[in-house]
Design a protein around this ligand. Structure first.
Ligand code: SF4
Ligand code: SF4
Length: 301
């Protein structure tokens, strides 16, 4: 069984990447299982998805704790202790990071035990799709190529199937297939070491007691602690107000769903970048389009 875990941010197409990878494996004669895990948050929030690939039926369920292949679609997640994308990775795990940096530099920065596979997926997405956040086909292509047991025609069929199911038009599907092919050709298959399976024996059934909900969920003891959770590192894109043209109508202030646009003493809006998640609703709502969007880059250096 091959277990692939994918990490990214809401809006990057990580869930779709896991679906494409699962379908590509299925078209290659494997059994496949894929599913995402994310909370109620929107664009920019860390999300994780899982794909299991096996020649036999897959009976294992639940999140993949120890992955064979780890696909990290956003380098900044490596610094997010809550996303913890390296959790469970061991010497058997092949790690891929979407980055423009050298593998050696990444290995040193993040104390990785093995040299990661690296490709600047974001730039390729900009080149082929004019959208650096739409990484689903590219990330799936990385997984398929690294696994070394999926040929490009199966991947192509999977991209076509999954993007068509999402209502993506044929022109954009074609661009995604071209992108997937480029990624497929830029990487070389690796030797994925199949992890020795553990003998799983049945254990005594434990009947869990129903506890009051306050015991089952995180308990927030301090009042007003939202400010401590800095969600600014979730951003893919950064909204920047053009103060030369802004007329202080404050529509952005009213529409920001997270209430992170404040009002300065001169009456103009001000974005709190420690907490702005980059949903870009403010940019859409500004009547004069005076909020531009700027791509965020890595959060270190
Ligand atoms: S400031 Fe803009 S981009 Fe940031 S959270 Fe608010 S609406 Fe979204
Ligand atoms: S909505 Fe646009 S014009 Fe109005 S305050 Fe915000 S940035 Fe300025």
């Amino acid at each position: 069984m091959f277990r692939v875990r994918l990490h990214g941010r809401g809006g990057q197409g990580i869930k779709t990447a896991s679906q494409i990878l699962g379908s590509a494996a299925f078209f290659s004669g494997f059994q496949a299982q894929d599913f995402p895990l994310y909370g109620a948050e929107r664009r920019g929030a860390p999300i994780v998805a899982f794909t299991r690939i096996n020649r036999q039926n897959i009976l294992e369920r639940g999140p993949i704790l120890v992955p064979d292949i780890l696909l990290i679609g956003d380098e900044s997640l490596l610094e997010d202790i809550q996303a913890a994308p390296l959790c469970g990775a061991d010497n058997f795990t092949a790690i891929f990071i979407n980055s423009s940096r050298l593998p050696e530099k990444l290995q040193e920065n993040y104390s990785l035990s093995t040299l990661p596979h690296v490709l600047d997926i974001t730039s390729l997405c900009v080149k082929f799709l004019d959208n650096g956040s739409s990484t689903s086909a590219a990330i799936a292509a990385v997984g398929a190529r690294l696994l070394g047991q999926i040929e490009f025609p199966a991947l192509k069929e999977a991209v076509e199937l999954e993007l068509n199911a999402q209502g993506i038009n044929s022109d954009l599907r074609k661009k995604n297939i071209d992108l997937a092919e480029e990624v497929f050709q830029l990487l070389t298959p690796m030797e994925v070491k199949e992890r020795p399976e553990k003998n799983i024996t049945s254990s005594k059934l434990i009947s869990s007691e129903q506890k009051p909900v306050v015991l089952a969920a995180p308990i927030i003891l301090e009042p007003g602690n939202m400010a401590l959770r800095k969600t600014g590192n979730w951003r893919l894109d950064r909204p920047e107000i053009d103060y030369e043209h802004c007329n202080n109508c404050l529509i952005c202030y009213a529409r920001c769903p997270d209430g992170v646009i404040g009002i300065k003493t001169d009456g103009s809006p001000e974005i709190d970048y420690d907490h702005c998640k980059g949903c870009l609703i403010c940019a859409q709502e500004c009547p004069g389009h005076f909020i531009k969007t700027v791509k965020e880059s890595g959060s270190w250096e």
